[in-house]
Design a protein around this ligand. Structure first.
Ligand code: PBG
Length: 333
């Protein structure tokens, strides 16, 4: 940051650099490219099915064959990776989340099919029990508490099952203490030392996850809220402690979530740790832009690019976003 006080009007006119598109292009500080995106998709059972998610216009739950199509589309658009999230019906859920450890569950079948058809696309698996528990929490519930250590042991099992299916990035989104170290140890013991861990390190207890819970079938079952394990939106120093611990435990990259309302956290994390830093533009951020654009209150295409550019400018190396294909096309991919 220059502190040169000789920069005064009228010898200095900052508008000179902004006058023409060619000049704006030259002085642009932040570049957005399809290579910055991880495309978040929601998958479901069935064949040749695409099912609209009411609270996320334009997002559909995709059966495995359609998810393979999405992977092909990602490849042709230059999007390097997909993040998969499974819709699970109430009757497939249980207190012990047993479906999470089934190597033939929807996530694993989808990973195998995508890796078979489009092996060069990176695949990220969310690790947490919320798609599988009958109460919609990310861990096991005992006497009204989400218990930590028993949950961590289960997350290790879930991670190994997902790594075996072909996922390249294990992304724990549960916010239990100590899970990154335990997962790293578990993966290595099974010969998966090549598999990355992207930690949802600073994940806030946010209202902006509402549409996602609808998308994966959790909203109907979720009891209470997640404030006993996800972070308080009022906190910032605590995010640095979370990130520091996850790095010490072996995270390859870290994530801040949500993104748009937490740009200050992204900047602090990037400045403090200089780690590969990602941000998740979550379902509610997606839904707000879509809803406002639908009503003509804002220009949707511009909001997509501006929001993603802001997240990159704040310090994110990449963004997990439902807008990935739309943004890639807008960028001319
Ligand atoms: C669950 C999980 C959530 C999201 C990703 N993984 C929601 C939650 O914590 O309740 C949110 C994604 C989104 O809102 O787009 N572990």
């Amino acid at each position: 940051m220059t502190k040169d006080l000789s920069q005064t009007f009228p010898s200095t006119r900052l508008r000179r650099l902004r006058r023409a598109a060619w000049s704006r292009a030259l002085v642009s500080e932040t570049r957005l490219s399809p290579a910055d995106f991880i495309w978040a998709i929601v998958i479901r059972e069935g064949d040749n099915m695409r099912e609209a998610v009411a609270s996320m216009p334009g997002v559909e739950r995709l059966s495995v064959d359609q998810a393979v199509g999405a992977a092909r589309e990602a490849k042709s658009l230059g999007i390097p990776a997909l993040a998969l999230f499974p819709f699970t019906s109430a009757k497939e859920r249980s207190a012990d989340a047993r479906l999470a450890f089934d190597g033939n569950n929807l996530m694993c079948r989808a990973a195998r099919a995508i890796k078979d058809a489009v092996p060069e696309i990176g695949l990220m698996a969310d690790v947490a029990l919320d798609p599988y528990t009958d109460h919609g929490h990310d861990g096991f519930l005992e006497d009204g508490e989400i218990v930590n250590d028993r949950t961590v042991a289960a997350l290790v099992r879930q991670s190994i099952v997902e790594a075996k299916a072909g996922f390249d990035i294990i992304a724990p989104s549960d916010m239990m203490d100590g899970r990154v170290g335990a997962i790293r140890k578990g993966l290595d013991a099974e010969g998966f030392e090549r598999v990355q861990i992207m930690s949802y390190a600073a994940k806030y207890a946010s209202c902006f996850y509402g549409p996602y819970r609808d998308a994966i079938g959790s909203s109907g079952v979720l009891r209470g809220d997640k404030r006993a394990y996800q972070m308080d939106p009022a906190n910032s120093d605590e995010a640095l402690r979370e990130v520091a611990m996850d790095i010490a435990e072996g995270a390859d990259s870290v994530m801040v979530k949500p993104a748009g309302a937490y740009l200050d956290i992204i900047r602090r994390v990037k400045d403090e740790f200089r780690m590969p830093t990602f941000a998740f533009q979550v379902s509610g951020e997606y839904a707000m832009i879509m809803a406002a654009a639908e009503r003509g209150f804002i220009d949707g295409d511009r909001a997509v690019i501006e929001s993603l550019t802001a997240i990159r400018r704040a310090g994110a190396d990449g963004v997990i976003t439902y807008f990935a294909p739309r943004a890639a096309k807008l960028l001319g991919a």
